[in-house]
Design a protein around this ligand. Structure first.
Ligand SMILES: Cc1ncc(C[n+]2csc(CCOP(=O)(O)OP(=O)(O)O)c2C)c(N)n1
Ligand code: SF4
Ligand SMILES: [Mg+2]
Length: 352
């Protein structure tokens, strides 16, 4: 799709792994766990954005483990911001740069501003500031929410992104109560896309699909204005699996339909990667059990828990207006009100 961009055209889409920039801007010198996918997200993020980037990071594993006293893996300028402040930091920095350039105090050039936050900092505590930033279309910034599905840095507490039934330190499984946590994961990227029509780019990605993720980062930065990318990041410590399986779990989250990959550009939704193949009927969705059984945080699940999980994911695929993205549909009597363009995708999904 040809779209007008605010970028300089210096961040073209990556066609394949051979096309990925060689330069590393997030290097050794951090202390994240072995197999930490959130660290990989950071690496891909700055690889995609290039050296003319300022990174702001709210409190969490990607702050604490990345800035141990006197060491840092960041090659680009980096600043810590308060746990719920990624939205404010993004907007303030973008506005500050704009003013400095307008006044001629610094060179007028494209500098990428990326503020990252965890699921606790972004989907819970900082959601208001992120939402506000996504309405300020005159300032160019990307907010990246890295979602390891818990408040990991403070020892794996439950967040609004923790999946149904999962064990965390705040939701242990016991003999009196098998499932302490029975709320469904908040639909953060869908909510951001539906609620912020001024934002030109909102996407859901996963580091297990590295080129797809890097291209999403680049599209966000090239389109400009306030943008948002949410990644699902397997976390060996919080999800309780051997670190060597992080990539495999990322693939399974997508292949089971639990984590759909998509992007919304100027209000038009494209499903990407295996999610598109599943929606088009070219790939079969795997049973969620294949994903759940690989993680200790679901080890207490009884058959009925797996069935409930599967039924809820099935509903996302068969009943939502756009699978995994828009969690409502149109009443039967109002089907004719659906915009013509949306109808084919909706009908395909019904048969997928
Ligand atoms: C206002 C505030 N409350 C609590 C804390 C303590 N704290 C530091 S990191 C953290 C967890 C953040 O979780 P998340 O944003 O998901 O990032 P993760 O640690 O999972 O990477 C908490 C609660 C804090 N730093 N600031
Ligand atoms: S607890 Fe999870 S997110 Fe934090 S450093 Fe370890 S693997 Fe990464
Ligand atoms: Mg987290």
């Amino acid at each position: 799709m040809a779209v007008e961009t605010h970028g300089t055209g210096t961040l073209p889409q990556i066609k394949g792994v051979k096309d990925v920039p060689y330069d590393e801007l997030f290097v050794s010198g951090h202390r994240t766990c072995q197999g930490c996918e959130s660290a990989l997200v950071m690496r891909h993020m700055v690889k995609a954005s290039g050296p003319r980037t300022i990174v702001l990071g709210s409190t969490g594993c990607m702050y604490v483990a990345n800035t141990t006293y006197y060491t840092t893996p960041w090659v680009v300028p980096w600043m810590h911001t308060q746990l719920g402040a990624s939205g404010s930091a993004a907007l303030g920095t973008a506005a500050g740069l704009k003013v400095l350039m307008r006044k001629g105090k610094i060179k007028d050039e494209k500098i990428n501003v990326i503020a990252f936050c965890g699921d606790g900092g972004g989907a819970d505590m900082g959601i208001g500031a992120i939402s506000a930033t996504l309405t300020h279309k005159d300032y160019n910034s990307l907010i990246l929410l890295y979602d390891n599905e818990s408040y990991a840095n403070t020892d794996i507490q439950l967040s609004s992104q923790t999946p149904y039934g999962a064990v965390t330190t705040f939701s242990p499984s016991g003999s009196a109560k098998r499932l302490m946590h029975t709320r469904w994961k908040k639909n953060m990227p869908g909510m951001m896309a539906a609620g912020h029509p001024e934002s030109r780019y909102i996407a859901a990605g996963c580091a297990a699909y590295a080129v797809d993720l890097m291209n999403k980062i680049r599209k966000a930065l090239e389109l400009g204005g306030p943008t948002f990318v949410h990644t699902l990041d397997p976390c060996p410590k919080g999800w309780d699996y051997h670190p060597q399986y992080s990539q495999e779990l990322g693939h399974l989250a997508v292949e089971t339909g639990i984590w759909p990959l998509y992007e919304v550009i100027d209000g038009v939704c494209n499903l990407t990667g295996p999610t598109r193949q599943i929606a088009e009927g070219r790939k079969k969705r795997k049973p969620v059990y294949e994903y759940l059984k690989r993680q200790g945080r679901f080890a207490h699940f009884a058959d009925e828990d797996v069935e409930h999980f599967q039924a809820t994911v099935d509903k996302m695929w068969t009943e939502w207006l756009i699978p995994g993205v828009i969690p409502f549909t149109v009443a039967q009597k109002d089907q004719t009100l659906l915009r013509i363009e949306k109808r084919p995708l909706h009908e395909e999904t019904k048969t997928a």
